[in-house]
Design a protein around this ligand. Structure first.
Ligand code: ADP
Length: 296
């Protein structure tokens, strides 16, 4: 597949801070690429440099084979969505999108299709200020789609939303990717939520790319088991004696295992613990977060 975005050995400094440190990355047509990392990792800077909104200090940035800093026409086929979208506050969404569609020579059908696609049908006559946070994000996605771009870049599009809305917005990106064959880049500081929807994941920390891979490669066999029990501290001692590393939060014990062998050893040990009379209310496997991946 064709590389739509190429970064090679890109460095970007803000004075003494190196926000991107020799970063290389390729985004292929049709991918949903998640850029994941803690706050301050350099995700926004990576996005701004990729769009040519910031000048890199070193390296090569190409979108559709053009350097977007020197040739802004490279950005024409890209729709951008920011964390807190700001569209005109009191104008009905449909009216705003009509104005936008005129700029791009699109007809009313395009607007109707886009409103349908993003799930704003029935709310299109509301003003931006009357919409919920999730609907605002949908309006911003509609805005980005009107020009019929080939790439959508969304900088932390879920960080301002509640968990249910976060998943709905991520599902919407997945739908757009499938139905419109759009390449999508999403940044996030929450690894588990993007594992489900992305085809590739880039893990960043302190301005560096630490890992790039498919979700399964990134998570590998790392598992986090949450054990709900009556007496976490007694069970903690048994687990630690058997070489497991863990954390206790509330009445829960969180145990990280690096491979399937260790996970099954843990499950066997838990069953021994139960036979010996300890009360365990439940055990479940949860998706690992960025910290566990970076440590693991
Ligand atoms: P992220 O999006 O992952 O939170 P950023 O790209 O916003 O990371 O920031 C990367 C680093 O660059 C951080 O240390 C941040 O404080 C710094 N930084 C970002 N923007 C600026 C700026 N305009 N001026 C100075 N430092 C900045």
């Amino acid at each position: 597949m064709e590389d739509l975005i190429v970064l090679e050995n890109v460095t970007k400094r803000y004075g003494k801070i190196t926000a991107l440190n020799d970063v290389s990355l390729k985004v292929k047509k049709g991918e949903i690429m998640a850029i994941v990392g803690p706050n301050g990792a350099g995700k926004s800077t990576l996005i701004k440099v990729s769009l040519g909104l910031l000048r890199k200090d070193k390296g090569t940035v190409l979108i559709f084979n053009k350097d977007p800093f020197y040739d802004p026409s490279a950005r024409e086929k890209i729709g951008v969505i920011f964390e807190r979208p700001s569209l005109p506050v009191s104008m009905p969404i449909i009216e705003f999108l009509s104005h936008v569609s005129k700029i791009y020579n699109k007809d009313f059908n395009t607007i109707k299709e886009v409103i349908d696609l993003v799930g704003l049908k029935g709310s299109e006559n509301k003003a931006f200020s009357q919409l919920s946070a999730g609907q605002r994000q949908r309006a911003a996605i509609a805005h980005a789609l009107i020009a019929e771009p080939e790439i959508i870049i969304a900088d932390e599009p879920t960080s301002n939303l509640d968990p249910v809305e976060r998943n709905k917005i991520l599902d919407l990106f997945l739908k757009i990717n499938k139905e419109r064959d759009l390449t999508i880049i999403i940044s996030s500081h929450v690894l588990p939520e993007v594992l489900r929807v992305s085809s590739k994941i880039t893990i960043m920390k302190s301005g560096k790319i630490l890992k790039v891979g498919e979700p399964d490669d990134i998570v590998k066999n790392i598992s986090i088991s949450r054990i709900r029990c009556k007496d976490p501290f007694t069970i903690k001692d048994v687990l630690e004696k058997n070489g497991f590393s863990l954390n206790i939060e509330g009445g829960n014990i969180y145990v990280k295992t690096e491979d399937s062998e260790k996970t099954s050893k843990l499950l066997n040990l838990i069953s021994e613990i139960v036979k010996n009379g300890q009360q365990i209310y439940g055990i479940e496997l949860i998706e690992p977060g960025i910290e566990e991946i970076l440590e693991g």
